[in-house]
Design a protein around this ligand. Structure first.
Ligand code: ZN
Ligand code: ZN
Length: 603
């Protein structure tokens, strides 16, 4: 071990073992050092210990230096700057020390510094090992840095570490985070030996890229090969179930958790709350939440958002005040949840109180999202002028969401003048949303301004091709079925259309006439009825009515906002077929029961 010249000028800091007694003394001191380091709980304690170690004369031998760096770089109280200052005082850092520094930088979300450290390691001819690459790849994943990630992959290959299990697991994760799922799959397929972490990385990659159905399939494959999922796999799986609205699959995952894990942690329980609430089973979500021994900000946030989506404003406010009572400080996501809960339940005064509390008590600067909730809240209550005033006096530029909320409110309360103002601003920010032209055309239609209706519809038709296609999913017997509007690709398609035809007769008997103003295409009335009749939500409901037994709740998830006609249709079906139907659209839940919807026709 070399020592820097500056250190040599302080001979008392460095003792050279000259005889066996001294050497054994030194070993005792080394042990003493490492136990002292283990006891450190803060940077101050660490600095004191560091000082003592220097006095022992041990600070610069390879073993103690790497222990010092490890304690300082990897502890939660640690400091990478300080670790780096220790590193600079030793002349030939080992592979272990470099690995520790790289790991520390990645842990501290400084992946670029980790890459520089790797470069320094190469410049000093220190060989990397199978601990070096997982951290580096994690850093690349963090930055979504595909090019650097591929270079690191190349280096791992060069050093013969490409087929190391840890390196491969990290590669799957890195490629997934960089959006290159094909590369993730290729690494996985080429693995000679796999671990639970390999499956977990592959499933998490699919989940983060929105490939939720594939996640459920992969889990099936994993189980059939005899693997037992770990907690992180189950969290990815629950997230996929949440997005798909796959309640039965989610329930099975919950059962799996109960059978295989002793006391799931806060993260898993929060995922369960989120899954149950967003799959339409709010009660179950609430009961898990209430029985949680330890709740954190994320658990409260998931519960409040869940309650908000179901229009349970008062309950959301109770959970919020419980959270404040526990001394937790709300963040801006919690406030979005609380404000949208007030808005969905029409609690105007309470919403305004929360907004003020956010600004003055918690000293937070409301974002445009919070203003959006507030505009929605006032709009719902018919306070359109106040909502407009609020938008005009916002400290930040209003975005399209804010204007869209106002436009929606103008449609409900038939305010033509403000509706035009909102749409003018909205179309400047986002000229391509078909739904917005639909709202405007509805406002004109109510005011009998047919020329303007026609203009709005021309705009609509021009933009329809750029729209994301609408789809609805429904889960039957633990399998998720997806329907696109006008879909004929489903294996049960014939039965579905036959069922829709029969439903049509019963609906007409109840006085239903299709609202053909909701059709975007310029076709004759007959064709409009046909297009309207096969909206994805209706196909999914028809399919669920055939496939599930009487009395069972039907749960639909759709990607877009529900159209007026599908809303009326579903209300009537819930009455005629005596079924509770829950639909989660882009914004919220609609619970249809006995001919009424929980949203009170405001959505
Ligand atoms: Zn529809
Ligand atoms: Zn509704």
């Amino acid at each position: 071990m070399m020592i820097r010249a500056s250190v040599l000028h302080q001979p008392h800091l460095y003792l050279t073992p000259e005889n066996p007694t001294q050497s054994s003394k030194l070993r005792v001191r080394e042990q003493e050092c490492s136990s002292l380091l283990q006891k450190c709980n803060s940077m101050d304690e660490f600095k004191q210990t560091h000082g003592r170690i220097l006095k022992f004369g041990l600070g610069f031998d390879a073993c103690t230096a790497s222990n010092l760096i490890a304690a300082c770089a990897l502890s939660i109280w640690g400091s990478m700057d300080y670790a780096s200052s220790i590193l600079h005082k030793i002349d030939d850092p080992t592979q272990f020390t470099f690995n520790t520094m790289i790991r520390g930088y990645v842990k501290d979300s400084e992946p670029e510094a980790a890459l520089f450290m790797y470069k320094a390691m190469q410049e000093r001819d220190v060989k990397p090992d199978n601990f070096t690459y997982p951290s580096l790849l994690k850093g690349c994943a963090h930055m979504s840095a595909l090019r650097e990630g591929m270079q690191i992959h190349g280096h791992a290959f060069k050093f013969g570490l490409e087929s190391d299990l840890y390196v491969q697991n990290s590669l799957i994760n890195m490629y997934g985070k960089c959006g290159e799922i094909k590369h993730s799959c290729r690494v996985f397929e080429q693995m000679v030996q796999r671990s639970v972490a390999s499956w977990s990385a592959l499933i998490a990659s699919h989940n983060s890229l929105g490939l939720w159905e594939e996640c459920l399939d992969l889990f099936g494959k994993m189980s059939s090969e005899g693997w037992r999922a770990d907690e992180s796999t189950l969290v990815s799986l629950l997230s996929s179930c949440t997005h798909l609205g796959a309640l039965d699959f989610g329930r099975c995952t919950h059962g799996y958790l109960i059978r295989n894990m002793r006391g799931p942690n806060v993260i898993v329980q929060t995922s369960l709350i989120d899954m149950y609430a967003k799959c339409g089973c709010l009660e179950k979500g609430l009961s898990i939440f209430e029985n949680m021994p330890k709740k954190n900000l994320l658990s409260y946030s998931a519960m409040i958002t869940g309650l908000a989506m179901h229009g349970e404003g008062r309950k959301a406010l109770r959970v919020f005040s419980d959270m404040l009572g526990k001394g937790l400080k709300p963040d801006d996501i919690v406030y979005v949840g609380v404000l949208s809960a007030c808005s969905h339940a029409g609690l105007v005064d309470e919403g305004l109180q929360c907004f003020n509390r956010m600004r003055f008590e918690h000293r937070m600067v409301p974002t445009v999202q919070h203003y959006g909730c507030l505009v929605d809240l006032m709009g719902r209550a018919g306070k359109l002028d106040e909502a407009y005033e609020l938008i005009r006096n916002m400290p930040t530029e209003p975005n399209e969401v804010v204007w869209r909320c106002l436009l929606g409110a103008c449609k409900v309360h038939h305010n033509l003048e403000l509706g035009e103002e909102a749409s003018r601003n909205l179309f400047q920010l986002d000229p391509n949303n078909v739904g917005d032209y639909m709202l405007l055309s509805n406002i004109y239609a109510k005011a009998l301004r047919w020329d303007d209706v026609a203009k709005a519809r021309i705009n609509m038709v021009q933009r329809v091709s750029s729209q994301m296609p609408g789809f609805s999913t429904v889960e039957v017997k633990r399998k998720v079925h997806k329907f696109v509007s006008q879909d004929k690709s489903h294996p049960h398609s014939n039965q579905v259309y036959e069922m829709l035809h029969q439903m049509g007769w019963q609906l007409r008997f109840e006085g239903y006439t299709p609202d053909t103003t909701q059709v975007l295409f310029n076709v004759d009335e007959e064709e409009k009825r046909r297009l309207l009749g096969s909206h994805s939500q209706k196909l999914a409901i028809a399919f669920a009515l055939i496939q599930t037994s009487q009395g069972l709740k039907i749960r639909i998830v759709k990607n877009l906002r529900m159209c007026n006609d599908c809303h009326t249709f579903t209300c009537l079906i819930s009455m005629i077929f005596k079924r509770t139907i829950t639909v989660r659209d882009r914004n919220r839940f609609h619970h249809f029961k006995e001919g009424r919807c929980s949203c009170g026709d405001y959505w």
